[in-house]
Design a protein around this ligand. Sequence first.
Ligand SMILES: NC(=O)c1ccc[n+]([C@@H]2O[C@H](COP(=O)([O-])OP(=O)(O)OC[C@H]3O[C@@H](n4cnc5c(N)ncnc54)[C@H](OP(=O)(O)O)[C@@H]3O)[C@@H](O)[C@H]2O)c1
Length: 248
Amino acid sequence: MSDALAGTRVVVIGGSEGIGLAVAQGALAGGAAVVVASRSAEKLAKARALLVAETGPGGAARVATQVLDITDEIAVEAAFAGIGAFDHLVISAVTPAFAPLQQMSNAAAERVLATKFWGTFWAVKYGSQRIAPTGSITLYGGLAAHRTGPGEAVLAFAQGGMEAFARALAVELAPVRVNCVCPGVTVTPLWDAFDPALRDAIYEETRASLPARRIADPADAAEPALYLMRSRFTTGEVIVVDGGARLV
Ligand SMILES: NC(=O)c1ccc[n+]([C@@H]2O[C@H](COP(=O)([O-])OP(=O)(O)OC[C@H]3O[C@@H](n4cnc5c(N)ncnc54)[C@H](OP(=O)(O)O)[C@@H]3O)[C@@H](O)[C@H]2O)c1
């Protein structure tokens, strides 16, 4: 039986590193062509070199990149006009901010929402017009929507919004399917913004406390997105991939 991703075209916004890059790797392995989008041309060039090398013969023709800041509506509209028709859209872009609410600046909160709300809104608004009826959209939320610590309220608001957005859009954009993946702590460049000692302490605490007894790597958190693209009957769903974090 052939892979449902074979011959499809997948756009991954936030695909230059972390979980989005792992989604692109998995889609290519399934036989898709990918368009990997993010803000940094340098990160995109590095990602493309890796993806082409991993894919082997014919890889270069199946990997395209798109410099894109999804917080810029004009750029989003132009990018999708250039990309043209495709099958699946995955949005994993994030610009997180962590601070207790009473100390959080408007600018920091706006940075979170600019990507998670406005970026997602524009990417879906313009991207969905070019998605095949058999295609799908997968948003990324996060565990903060279900289980949070101090300093995560704004992120929780945004991540919970991704789940609600996916459910509503699944009805509105049907038959295009719309779903959401909710990862727990996953080892990606997202955590590079933290002090290394604090980051390693978070990793260690996570690893020790999870029923899975290990911490997620990007491929773990990408797997549900690959499933959601392949599954022709799953829509309006949230898949949590947290190693059991909500249980302990
Ligand atoms: N890692 C975790 O522990 C974790 C936990 C819970 C939820 N999540 C969720 O999982 C998703 C993926 O996270 P990740 O850990 O893979 O993040 P990451 O390693 O920080 O990667 C984020 C990606 O998004 C791109 N990006 C950021 N802002 C953008 C913008 N305005 N326009 C276009 N691209 C943009 C980045 O590239 P450029 O810098 O080149 O733009 C990068 O490719 C996010 O939605 C996040 O909320 C992650």
